[in-house]
Write a protein that binds this ligand. Structure first.
Ligand SMILES: Cc1ncc(COP(=O)(O)O)c(C=O)c1O
Length: 298
C-alpha cells in the first residue's frame, strides 16, 4: 500500500511509522470497533472530501450502536481529517478513521478499556480494478440484522465480508454478492448493489445492508438525470431479465458488473457507465450542482 507521512491519533499528528498499538488492544481480539472509508479527490480548488459530514455522522452512529462514546465531537473529527490531509500534502486518496477499544483491559465487556481514535490516509486507485467485474453469489449469508446492527459499520462485520471475498476469489471471480436471511440480494462485501431493467434502476431496500453514502448519492444523481429508482427486495432469479448491474461504494465508486454466476448482462453497461462518469464529475468538482457534497481541504 502507499503510505503518507503522518497519522492523526488521539489528537496528535504522529509519524506514520511510529503509529502503533499494543498486541493486547481490545478490538484486535474482539472486533468491537467502528470505522469509515472516505475518499477525497483533486479539484481545481484543491483536495475535496466527498460527503465528509455524512461519513462522520455514520461513524458516530456506529459507535453509538456498540455503546462506544468517542471522546471528540463530530466537528473535531471532521477538522482533524482536514488537518491530516493538509499535513500529508496529498491531493487525492482514501481516508480511514477508526475508533477502537485500546490496550489495558481484556475480557469481552469493554468497560474500562480506553477508546482510541486514529485517522490515516493514503493514495488508493480503483478498488475493483476499473473494468466490469465478474461476481459470484456467496455461500455466506449477509449478517442477520437480529445478530448485530446491520446498518452500522462495525469492524466485526467484516469477517463476513472477508469470507465472501475469499470464496469469490478462490473460484476465479472478482467479487461476491451476499444474500440476506430471506434469500434476497443484500450487497457486496464492501459495496451496495444496483440492477437495471428496461431503463429502471433497482436496489435492495435497507434492513440487511450498510446503507451506503455512495448508494444515496447515486440514487439522487440517477433521479436527477430522470431515471426511476426503486428500492425493493431483489431475488437472484430477478437477475435473469436484467440489462445491467453495478456496485457502488466509497472504495469501489461506481463499478459496472459484467456477470453474476452464469448470468451475463446483455448490454454493454450504458447506464452504469453514464452514472460512473457523472459520479466522477461530481466528486472532482466538475458538476457545480453537487458542490454541497464536497468539503475543501485547502
Ligand atoms: C458492507 C458495505 N456495504 C456497502 C458499502 C458502501 O458504503 P459507502 O458508499 O458509504 O462507502 C460499504 C463501504 O463502506 C460496505 O463496507
Amino acid at each position: 500500500m502507499q503510505t503518507t507521512s503522518h497519522i492523526w491519533k488521539n489528537g496528535k499528528l504522529i509519524k506514520w511509522s511510529k503509529c502503533q498499538t499494543h498486541v493486547l488492544t481490545h478490538t484486535l481480539h474482539y472486533s468491537a470497533g467502528v470505522f469509515e472509508g472516505i475518499r477525497f479527490y483533486k479539484t481545481e480548488k484543491g483536495p475535496a472530501v466527498f460527503r465528509l459530514k455524512e461519513h462522520i455522522k455514520r461513524l458516530f452512529y456506529s459507535a453509538d450502536c456498540i455503546g462506544m462514546r468517542i471522546p471528540y465531537s463530530e466537528t473535531e473529527i471532521r477538522n482533524a481529517i482536514i488537518e491530516t490531509i493538509k499535513k500529508n500534502k496529498i491531493t487525492s486518496g482514501y481516508i480511514r478513521p477508526i475508533a477502537y477499544y485500546g490496550y489495558g483491559k481484556m475480557g469481552l465487556h469493554p468497560k474500562g478499556a480506553p477508546i482510541d481514535i486514529v485517522i490515516a490516509l493514503w493514495g488508493w486507485g480503483a478498488y475493483l480494478g476499473g473494468e466490469a467485474v465478474k461476481v459470484k453469489i456467496s455461500p455466506y449469508m449477509r449478517i442477520h440484522p437480529k445478530s448485530t446492527v446491520a446498518d452500522a459499520k462495525i469492524c466485526g462485520h467484516y469477517t463476513n465480508s472477508i469470507l465472501a471475498s475469499i470464496d469469490a476469489h478462490n473460484h476465479g471471480y472478482d467479487e461476491a454478492i451476499l444474500l440476506d436471511y430471506q434469500g434476497n440480494i443484500a450487497e457486496g462485501p464492501g459495496e451496495n448493489f444496483f440492477m437495471i431493467k428496461d431503463e429502471k434502476i433497482y436496489t435492495p431496500r435497507t434492513g440487511s445492508i450498510l446503507p451506503g453514502i455512495t448508494r444515496d448519492a447515486v440514487i439522487t444523481l440517477a433521479k436527477d438525470l430522470g431515471f426511476t429508482v426503486i428500492e425493493k427486495s431483489i431475488k437472484p432469479s430477478d437477475l435473469k431479465g436484467a440489462d445491467e448491474a453495478f456496485f457502488t461504494g466509497t472504495a469501489a465508486e461506481v463499478s459496472p458488473i459484467a456477470s453474476i454466476d452464469k448470468i451475463k448482462f446483455p448490454k454493454k453497461n450504458p447506464i452504469s457507465k453514464l452514472l460512473k462518469e457523472e459520479f466522477i464529475k461530481i466528486v472532482t468538482g466538475k458538476n457545480k450542482k453537487y458542490t454541497k457534497w464536497l468539503t475543501l481541504a485547502s
